[in-house]
Design a protein around this ligand. Structure first.
Ligand SMILES: [Zn+2]
Length: 145
């Protein structure tokens, strides 16, 4: 049996520290008006009052509070790899403390939906979305802080 390698399920959305440090989301920031963007995407500033054409890559903070949450009862379409049988899982929209933006993500494994509360402190974590013979595919998750 060979060891699987841990890799991000999506490149460029979050860090995977090898030294046990906290993971960080990778977003964009407008140098002109300070607007943050996550996930990173091409194009100019989304602030309608700003005309900046370029955004700068930046690490975001890793803490925030629950803005809203729900339980997902339907398997997302491929390329999402859903467990068989599908198990509902909680999603949280977390307002990031430093940036003010709201970032949707799966909640860390083992945290039941009915334990979540609006305003609850959360921190970024990593979890395994799926695995194959060679890789564990990581996603960012929100965990109670
Ligand atoms: Zn801007």
């Amino acid at each position: 049996m060979t060891a699987r390698t841990t890799v991000p399920a999506v490149d460029g959305w979050f860090t995977v520290p090898a030294d046990g440090a906290d993971p960080k989301l990778l977003g964009l920031r407008c140098d002109a008006c300070g607007t943050y963007v996550f996930p990173p995407r091409p194009g100019g500033c989304p602030n309608p009052a700003c005309t900046a054409e370029t955004l700068t890559s930046t690490e975001l903070s890793s803490v925030g509070t629950v803005w809203s949450y729900t339980a997902n009862h339907y398997a997302p379409p491929p390329p999402y790899v859903a467990a068989e049988p599908f198990q509902p899982y909680p999603l949280a929209a977390v307002q990031m403390e430093a940036e003010g933006i709201i970032v949707l993500g799966q909640v860390a494994a083992g945290v039941p939906t009915d334990s979540l509360r609006v305003g609850q402190p959360m921190k970024l974590d990593l979890g395994v979305l799926s695995s194959d013979d060679e890789h564990d595919y990581l996603i960012y998750t929100w965990a109670p802080a």
